[in-house]
Design a protein around this ligand. Sequence first.
Ligand code: DHB
Length: 313
Amino acid sequence: DLSVSVLGHTFANPLMNAAGVCCSTTEELDSLLASASGTLITKSCTAQQRDGNPAPRFKPLPLGSINSMGLPNEGYEYYAEYVSHRAKGGAAAKPIFFSISGMTMQDSADMAAKLAAHPQGANVLLELNLSCPNVPGKPQIGYDMQDMRRYLEAVTAVYPRPFGVKLPPYFDMAHFDQAAEVLNAFPSVAFLTCINSVGNGLVIDDTCDTVAIKPKNGFGGIGGEYVLPTALANVNAFRTRCPEKVIIGCGGVLCGRDAYQHLLAGASLVQVGTQLWKEGPDAFRRIRDELQAHLARKGYGADRDAIGKLKVI
Ligand code: DHB
């Protein structure tokens, strides 16, 4: 049994897309609804439509991907409209996660306030993005603990329901502690999605001695196989430090066994980014079946029995 009941919803299985991948348009979102995923999330939106950074801005790599998309999206109203038609209670059987990533704190608070008043708002799970690394001149909120606290104060003031945050990867034990302390001060932060891309890597194509993507002189967020250990560390660090919160794992999931490792580390749901981009929504059927087989091999009757069962030696 792969079903998971968390955050007031029951999901058929723990798999979903990572925000940003295959979720910018109605067509892409519908392809996720029709897939074997347990749920889905919309592309991080801003108040207004954005074209994003100049191309090439995403490159698949043998071990993952690099991107500096620059928040191209159709604008809040487009995704709000999608949810009107497709959230539970509408056509879809899957609850829908809704990612917002304002250009300013006020932008994020305004979108959160609108979502709170949305007719389908109770069937939507807000993921507040505190970790977009790709808008030039804009630092990541998640790396400034004071700023993160201000953002969470602003959003909790206008959003009465539980919600979650998308966090950047942290690499230092003191930073895990500091971030957890801020997050634990907000009981309505019900879930943490760990991790966004590993920010500002540089991929070089040495056939022509150039950078792989155009924005930011080639610097961009790294995802895929490269980031699995970092993702697992962040999932587990926050699972330990934030026992009241649900953890959503994201990073380096290519197959069912990777998803299993996220569950062991403490994730209740598991997102797929780079591999979904490479393989398309059919990836969910394969990864789901591989996860099911792996759990059976390990003697777990249900995936929820494996959550957080990582052993130390
Ligand atoms: C983009 C990238 C991210 O990692 C993110 O969290 C939001 C937006 C982007 O470049 O579009």
